[in-house]
Every structure is written in structure tokens, then in C-alpha cells.
Design a binder for this molecule. Structure first.
Ligand code: ARG
Length: 273
């Protein structure tokens, strides 16, 4: 948080000019500013809105990505953050960083909350508080169609790419012993996709909604879903004990209950959940 709410009063300066101490009984009638320079007499008000910093990893369309035309970060998560911060009366600033740096950045006070398609899991809950889940997805294995990878068994002896610090990394680590593949961890999804397209890795374990766009752009790719006990849910993350968690969660639920969330899902995922 750039400024705490109680600091606002300090920076707010009152813009009322008051004529005091004239003592002559004469009224100021010229309409011109009196040239009186005393502290209590002239102060200016600048109503400053508090800015909240959202951390994200803008490599994850449609959740968040950099709009090539404008250089701005756009996406489903950005629309959610914009709605909530506007409703709560904050300005929003977005910081892009690697996914595995998000929770540390929050811990260090460099960001106020994280919206990055982040899944609340037990490990993360040790260092962060989470809102309710606002969207759920599944995990896929994506590969080149001509590699004939149709099941986890087919991955034996192959290289599977995942995003560093993601729950997909954890999932791949869990599966690698049983299926005998190697896990390759990289920072950004486009980078991992590039490795697959150039044949340096054989498959990617990634979320279906994010794979979709890449698969539409690269017709030679194919995929299958991984059976999982738990769905891949996304939630907003906050520093432990943050006073933002509750109001954010309320607004998030308003967004869901009002049907606006469904509109955003259709806008960004082109599907109804
Ligand atoms: N849902 C997954 C996770 O938590 C992946 C999220 C990746 N997000 C991103 N913006 N790259 O861990």
C-alpha cells in the first residue's frame, strides 16, 4: 500500500481560503485573492486516492497478458481487479513479474494483492490469505500431434515442461516417478511453448483455458486432460492478515452474484463455466 488510509488526512490540504484577522472591519470586495500568507489561512485540498498494487505474471492469457498494441496488461484478472478496486475506491497499479516471485513480493510488501490465476493450495496458504475461488479449470498435457502422446504412459523417458512455481510444477513432480518423465521448469508460458514448438521438450503440463489459445494458433498441437482429484481453482491472494481480504471477497461475491462475472467469463474465455 502506498499510503495507509490514516495518512490521507496528513496529505489532504484544505482548499478553503478564509479571511481572518483583518480587524479593520473592511470587507474584501475586490474578488481578488487576498495576499495574506499565513499558514492557517490558505491551504489546498488534494483529494488523494490510495493506490493498490496488484502483482501478476502477464504470460497467461486470457487471465493476463500484455496487449501488444498498447503495452498494457489486460485480461480476465485485470477486469476483476478493476471492478473491485473501483468499487472500493482505490486506484489500481499493476506490476508484472515472474509467477514464482509473486508470493515473495507480497510478503515483502511490494504488492498489495496478487491476481494471477493463482490456485490456493495448502503450501501457499502458509504465506498468503486467499479469497473465494472465482474460476475453475483443469490441467492438460499438450504436445505435438505427430509425437503420438495420448496418455501419461506415453511420456516415459520424455521431457515435460511446466511453469516454475506453479501447481502444475507440483503435479508434474508428483507424476514423474510413476510415469518416468523428466520435468523441465521455466518461468514464462510463451517460453515453455517455444521449447515445445522447437522440439527441446516433448510436452507441457498446463491449464486447459490457457492452452486453448496456443492450440488455436498452433494447429499441430494436441492435448489430453489429466484426471485429478482437485480442480484447478483461481483465487485472489493477499498478504497474511491483510485487511483487504474481506472487502475484496465481498466485492468478488457481488461480482459473481450479479451475473457480471459470467459476462467476464464469456468475454475472456469465450465459454460459460
Ligand atoms: N493456477 C496455476 C497456479 O497456481 C498456474 C497459474 C499461473 N499464472 C500465471 N499468471 N502465469 O499455480
Amino acid at each position: 500500500m502506498k499510503k495507509k488510509w490514516w495518512m490521507l488526512g496528513m496529505s489532504a490540504v484544505v482548499s478553503i481560503s478564509v479571511l481572518v484577522g483583518c480587524g479593520t472591519g473592511e470587507e474584501e470586495t475586490t474578488g481578488e485573492d487576498p495576499v495574506v500568507e499565513q499558514d492557517e489561512e490558505e491551504t489546498e485540498v488534494t483529494e488523494e486516492t490510495q493506490t493498490l498494487i496488484m502483482g501478476t505474471s502477464a504470460d497467461y492469457p486470457p487471465y493476463e497478458s500484455i496487449d501488444l498494441a498498447t503495452g498494457e496488461i489486460i485480461g480476465f484478472d485485470v477486469d476483476i481487479a478493476t471492478y473491485i478496486t473501483e468499487e472500493l475506491g482505490y486506484d489500481l497499479q499493476i506490476e508484472d513479474m515472474d509467477f514464482d516471485g509473486l508470493i515473495p513480493a507480497m510478503g515483502a510488501g511490494r504488492v498489495d494483492f496478487v491476481l494471477a490465476g493463482m490456485t490456493p493450495d495448502e503450501n501457499r496458504k502458509k504465506n498468503a490469505d486467499f479469497s473465494d475461488i472465482y474460476f475453475t479449470a483443469t490441467n492438460l498435457i499438450v504436445s505435438q500431434a505427430d509425437a503420438n502422446i495420448g496418455s501419461l504412459e506415453d511420456l516415459e523417458g520424455l521431457k515435460v515442461g511446466v511453469q516454475l512455481g506453479s501447481i502444475q510444477e507440483g503435479e508434474a513432480e508428483d507424476l514423474k516417478e510413476e510415469y518416468g518423465f523428466e520435468v523441465v521448469k521455466l518461468n514464462r508460458i510463451p517460453e515453455i511453448m517455444q521449447e515445445l514448438l522447437s522440439g527441446r521438450i516433448d510436452a507441457i503440463l498446463m491449464e486447459n483455458t490457457v492452452a486453448k489459445g496456443h492450440m488455436e494458433a498452433q494447429q499441430q498441437l494436441t492435448s489430453f486432460e489429466i484426471e485429478a482429484d482437485e480442480e484447478v481453482g483461481s483465487a485472489i491472494a493477499f498478504p497474511k492478515g491483510s485487511e483487504l481480504t474481506e472487502p475484496f471477497n465481498e466485492k468478488l461475491n457481488e461480482l459473481i452474484d450479479s451475473g457480471k462475472m459470467e459476462e467476464l467469463v464469456i468475454k475472456w474465455f469465450d465459454t460459460e463455466e
